[in-house]
Design a protein around this ligand. Structure first.
Ligand code: GDP
Ligand code: MN
Length: 388
């Protein structure tokens, strides 16, 4: 029998439905509003004024309720991968780093991982690492010609260089494999077939820590703000590892003035207008960057030029100063970004967000008082001064 309602009953029901509807809309708006205002409040407490410490805007943050994969996977994603170079013997520490970044960031965003090694990864490495990753993961082999010391390097000269560094107690001074790694990270990783499809990478090393929730997508932030290279820690390089690097840089710049950006970050790396290098560099064990920059003409020529000098083997040039110098010279300083929000530790240094808002919002476990930023060995002052 069809349900018959009097006009009055219909009217009452309609009013009830409207009231329920209005209430849910209003309470949602209210919650939303109070969240937004408390975030604004937090943001207003931040002390950073200069653009060198720009905070990631609210719209890049993902609310907790949208965290489950895959159905709530964000509609906008960057063409990006998380990247780790590691040896089989690094497996315990590799697993630790992956767990930490998955927990603090990637369980929400689901970016794929790529692992590279110049030796085939063991079954144990692949099984244990895959076990702590939800999403896609691939394991790749570095081609021989991207890794080992080239034949045209004079081994007698290289050996003499290593022995001198051992005698002088320079860290990794006697290691050929460390030099292979630095050269690979300087000029080859972004040409690996597994990375060719990607534009962005986030470099992760075994046994690093992520001390805060990273509820925003750093790749999208960088893409939208025309950033190319991002860091969390900057410090001095050991001069003994790069005695002739800056001479090479100056020679390259004289030959190719067309690659130097007008609004570059030279003032961060040099205290005398480019005559000498003050050893400041971005610590490259953490890097989020656009590989198109490394693949581009300026950097390709730069790397080729430096590689031909042989300094990766005759000295012990690190990928950190090589990347940093290129990033600082061949593009505007605005394209380099300092991520204050990303609490990060690689023994022995930690970056802990100092802005009170960022620290609370990220539920950071680190001690801001012990952040490396303005430690005596840090180059943050040199970074800051170019924004005055
Ligand atoms: P440090 O941070 O300068 O002390 O150098 P690490 O020992 O942490 O090495 C830097 C990165 O390169 C890490 O991701 C290591 O796992 C990786 N690495 C270093 N040497 C080798 C190597 O000989 N083979 C492979 N596959 N990875 C290496
Ligand atoms: Mn390391």
């Amino acid at each position: 029998m069809p349900l018959k309602l009097t006009t009055t009953t219909r009217y009452v029901l309609l009013v009830i439905v409207i009231i329920i509807g209005l209430h849910s809309i209003l309470s949602f708006t209210h919650e939303d509003y109070s969240r937004a205002t408390s975030l604004k409040h937090i943001a207003s407490q931040l002390s950073w004024g200069s653009s060198s410490h720009d905070q990631v805007p609210d719209e890049y943050y993902v609310p907790d309720s949208a965290s489950a994969l895959p159905d709530t996977l964000l509609s906008r994603r960057a063409n990006a991968t998380l990247l780790m170079l590691a040896r089989n013997a690094d497996v315990d520490n590799a697993v630790r780093s992956v767990r930490r970044l998955e927990d603090r960031f990637n369980k929400k965003f689901g970016y794929p991982w790529v692992f590279l090694n110049e030796e085939p990864f063991s079954d144990e490495f692949k099984t244990r690492v895959s076990n702590v990753i939800n999403g896609e993961v691939t394991f790749g082999l570095v081609p021989r010609e991207h890794w080992y010391q080239p034949d045209w390097i004079d081994e007698d000269r290289a050996k003499a260089g290593r022995e001198k560094m051992v005698a002088d107690n320079i860290i990794y001074g006697g290691s050929v494999s460390y030099r292979n790694m630095c050269r690979f990270n300087s000029g080859f990783f972004y040409r690996h077939p597994l990375l060719e499809q990607y534009k962005w990478y986030w470099r992760v090393e075994p046994d690093v820590h992520f001390h805060c929730d990273i509820d925003f997508d750093p790749f999208l932030f960088m893409e939208d703000h025309n950033k190319t290279y991002a860091f969390t820690i900057t410090m001095y390089e050991f001069r003994a590892t790069i005695p002739t690097l800056w001479d090479g840089v100056k020679e390259f710049v004289r030959a190719h003035p067309e690659y130097i950006a007008r609004d570059n970050a030279m003032g961060y790396m040099s205290d005398d207008g480019g005559n000498s290098y003050n050893l400041c560099h971005f610590w490259s064990n953490f890097e989020i960057a656009n590989m198109e920059f490394w693949r581009g003409e300026a950097y390709s020529k730069f790397f080729e030029f430096l590689d031909r000098k042989g300094g990766f083997y005759y000295e012990r040039w690190g990928d950190a100063p090589v990347h940093s110098i290129a990033a600082a010279l061949f593009q505007s300083k605005e394209q380099i970004h300092f991520f204050d929000e990303i609490g990060y530790e690689h023994n022995p240094y930690t970056h802990c967000p100092k802005g009170e808002g960022a620290w609370a919002r990220g539920r950071c476990g680190c001690d801001p008082k012990r952040s490396f930023d303005y430690d005596g060995y840090s180059c943050m002052r040199q970074w800051d001064r170019i924004w005055d």
